[in-house]
Ligand binder design. Structure first.
Ligand SMILES: [Zn+2]
Length: 106
């Protein structure tokens, strides 16, 4: 539903403007899209294509005059995304330790 000024009022409404699955070109279905986080005005949404079952994560930001979105294909399902979103990001020290581990052992 559009507001009187025709600006999108929710991430679900904004999804209509994003459109199609990049894999099979099927139109996204509202009931296959789930919000998993909201942060600083950005809505993070997981979408499963109802035709080819590909998964996507998209960030939808509603701004004064419109909306912006950026997305990526993923192999994570909705439950994975919810779990991983809550984990702490890797630190630089952890990345260096991982690199050294592989250099030493393989
Ligand atoms: Zn698809």
């Amino acid at each position: 539903m559009l507001a009187k000024n025709n600006r999108p009022q929710s991430w679900l409404e904004a999804l209509k403007f994003i459109g199609h699955c990049p894999i099979c070109n099927e139109r996204y279905q509202d009931d296959h899209a789930k919000l998993f986080a909201k942060r600083d005005g950005a809505n993070l949404v997981h979408i499963t294509c109802n035709k080819c079952a590909s998964n996507f994560i998209t960030m939808i930001v509603m701004m004064g005059q419109g909306l912006s979105s950026v997305g990526m294909v993923t192999d994570l399902n909705f439950e994975d995304v919810q779990k991983l979103y809550k984990t702490a990001p890797l630190t630089v020290d952890e990345i260096i330790s991982g690199y050294q581990f592989f250099q030493k052992n393989f």
